[in-house]
Design a protein around this ligand. Structure first.
Ligand code: FAD
Length: 607
């Protein structure tokens, strides 16, 4: 049964593991637990809470980051999610130089905190189209068709109705109000949001009342967010690792702690708190479960000698199990990057960049849980198909650039258009003065052909791995974003949105921060848009498939029960499992995977 010894969050490995005293290591016995979970992020928190429900099982959760404290207040503010970027709570990663993005190394935030990226993401709650999961089954993920995750979506949710949108939602689609993870429509959105939704409808898109109901994936819709009725983020730590759960004597949470690697039959892990700190070993009587995310998990597998043999040999890492797909098949959504549109004052949230208005907004959020800070920012989106001739990408209506249909079904999108009621500028453009009223629009390619990899920089866990998503490496991927950028320009010039913006006649200064907004879609050339995209495109930060599920060990890493091929006692549970990219936002699906995995693991323990 292992060791049942702690009721708290600890950051001292000596309290839970056995110190490694010689270079070759102790032969044992090590301190131990039944389950050792590596990575206290989105999936890891769910698993720790669910597996420790069985008081006869001992569970250790090992997280490299910290537990959130008062200093981490921004993680609770829905609109403030980007304040955590580039801080100590962020892994602060960058891609390698992207050949097709003018050699840019693009920034990649990932949460380094108990809760993982669920504490730093944009809170969009999206179950994604059912067809995506049915496609997973055809790729070998038996048992993962939509009906399987659907029951786990419901199990994870605490749906909290918002009277404003309640008539549009069938509450029976959602879990009971006392589930762990709070989801609801935000109390507030910027006034410009409604104008954009109406504009999309005027351009022929249908209005989807509830995109999580599983019946419709094409059209324009408001998002639900992972937040409570007080306008605070519901992260995986606040939802699943409550004080009651943390008080369980059979659950130990180790923060500020990193594993160095595992053993042939995953018998445990080696941990430490820094490159020069002592190492400790802790055994897992039943299983080691990797939840380090689509970057962290391939890194841990490779460091443990599980991966492509040639890569391991080059770094003198002994090959424990050759699995060529570890770290390969990485797919991320790629976006146009933030495209800025000048807005007339009053309909966006630009005013909160003024320090006094910002302070007022903060008080409103702290005291009432209301105001702009309680809104999600990216609070609505339109989902379309790039090959759909009824969507007015070009003046004549037809899509003239060739695109490959990689969608999971005829009613599933490959393009998302999304907006934020403030101007967000990236390094590609000079920034206008603070307080300038503006709106940000972005297009996201949902089913890219471009695939990349996670590889090791060195044999040390303390060195960041090399992330190469290989963005926009195919003509079709680029063309899909060209369609998206064109459609955004057309939306901006269509009523009722057009009257709320302050656009210029067709502008030609491609270096202006406002050029994307001032470019008229009927005048701009595809070459100009391509050039813009190569300068402005950014990750959408939804990496998946780097340890993907399947039946063939040559091109997948885990089987449909999420066991690593050929290694007993080792599973991977998180976004890297996805057999293919989703046509939407992944966080709810990661939670559903973790909920289902918890049931599978519990079931195995009684057999
Ligand atoms: C800025 C941003 C906005 C996003 N917005 C949305 C959104 O609105 N909606 C949505 O659905 N999705 C969104 N996503 C994506 C979504 O949040 C992630 O796909 C999801 O949270 C990934 O969950 P995970 O469990 O796979 O990984 P994570 O939640 O990242 O968990 C991995 C955990 O493992 C830890 N870890 C990693 N390596 C180690 C190691 N070696 N040792 C110990 N611990 C380790 C990390 O610190 C982290 O806590 C967003 C992502 C980003 C970056």
């Amino acid at each position: 049964m292992g060791l049942s010894q702690s009721r708290a969050v600890v950051n001292d490995p000596s309290k839970l593991a056995t110190k490694v005293t010689t270079a070759v290591g102790n032969s044992g016995p090590w301190k131990g637990f039944d389950y050792v979970i590596v990575g206290g992020g989105t999936a890891g928190c769910v698993l720790a809470a669910r597996l420790s429900e069985n008081r006869d099982s001992t569970v250790l959760l090992v997280e490299a980051g910290r537990r959130s404290t008062l200093v981490d207040l921004p993680t609770g503010i829905p609109l403030g999610f980007s304040n955590i970027f580039r801080t100590a709570r962020d892994w602060n990663l960058h891609t390698s130089k992207q050949k097709h993005l003018k050699e840019r190394e693009t920034y990649w935030p990932r949460g380094k905190i108990l809760s993982g990226t669920s504490a730093t993401n944009a809170l969009i709650y999206h179950r994604c189209p059912p067809e995506d999961f049915d496609e997973w089954v055809t790729l070998g993920a038996k048992g993962w068709s939509y009906s399987d995750p659907k029951q786990y979506f419901a199990k994870s949710e605490a749906y909290c109705s918002n009277p404003k949108w309640h008539p549009e939602i069938n509450a029976a689609e959602y879990g009971s109000a006392d589930g762990p993870w709070k989801i609801r429509h935000p109390s507030e959105t910027a006034p410009i949001n409604e104008a954009i939704i109406q504009t999309c409808q005027n351009l022929g898109m249908r209005h989807i009342h509830d995109m999580n109901a599983g019946s419709s994936s094409l059209g324009v819709s408001r998002f639900m967010g992972s937040m409570d009725a007080r306008g605070r983020r519901s992260s995986k730590a606040t939802a699943y690792l409550t004080d009651n759960v943390l008080a369980r004597p059979n659950l130990t949470v180790a923060v500020d702690t990193m594993p160095h690697g595992g053993r042939p039959r995953a018998v445990g892990i080696e941990v430490s708190t820094g490159p020069d700190s002592p190492r400790f070993r802790v055994s897992a009587a039943r299983e080691v479960i990797l939840c380090g995310g689509a970057i962290g998990t391939p890194q841990v597998l490779l460091l443990s000698g599980v991966g492509p043999a040639d890569e391991l040999v080059e770094l003198d890492i002994p090959v424990v199990k050759e699995l060529p797909a570890v770290g390969r098949n990485l797919v991320d959504h790629v976006s146009s990057g933030p495209l800025a549109f000048r807005a007339k004052p009053g309909s966006t949230y630009s005013y909160i960049t003024n320090p006094i208005s910002g302070l007022f907004a903060m008080f409103k959020w702290l005291i009432f849980g209301r105001g702009p800070l309680s809104s999600m920012g990216w609070s609505s989106a339109a989902f379309v198909r790039s090959m759909d001739q009824t969507v007015p990408y070009y003046a004549q209506g037809e899509c003239v650039v060739p695109v490959n249909d990689r969608t999971s079904g005829p009613d599933v999108p490959d393009l998302e258009l999304i907006w934020f009621p403030l101007t967000v500028f990236d390094d590609a453009f000079p920034k206008p003065p603070p307080g300038t009223s503006g709106l940000t629009l972005a297009a996201v390619a949902l089913r890219p052909e471009s695939t990349g990899s996670i590889t090791l920089r060195s044999a040390s866990v303390w060195d960041k791995p090399v992330i190469d998503p290989n963005y926009l490496s195919t003509e079709s991927d680029m063309n899909i974003l060209v369609c998206g950028a064109r459609l955004l320009m057309r939306i901006a010039r269509t009523e009722p949105l057009a009257s709320k913006l302050a656009l210029k006649p067709h502008a030609t200064d491609l270096t202006s921060p406002w050029w994307p907004g001032d470019a008229d879609p009927d005048w701009v050339s595809d070459d100009e848009i391509c050039d813009l995209l190569r300068r402005s495109a950014l990750p959408a930060w939804h990496p998946v498939s780097s340890a993907r599920m399947g039946v063939n060990p040559e091109d997948s890493v885990v089987d449909p029960e999420l066991h690593v091929h050929g290694i007993s006692g080792l599973r991977v549970v998180e976004a890297s499992d996805f057999p293919a990219q989703l046509s939407g936002h992944p966080c709810a699906v990661v939670v559903a995977i973790a909920e289902k995995a918890a049931d599978m693991i519990k079931q195995d323990s009684i057999m």
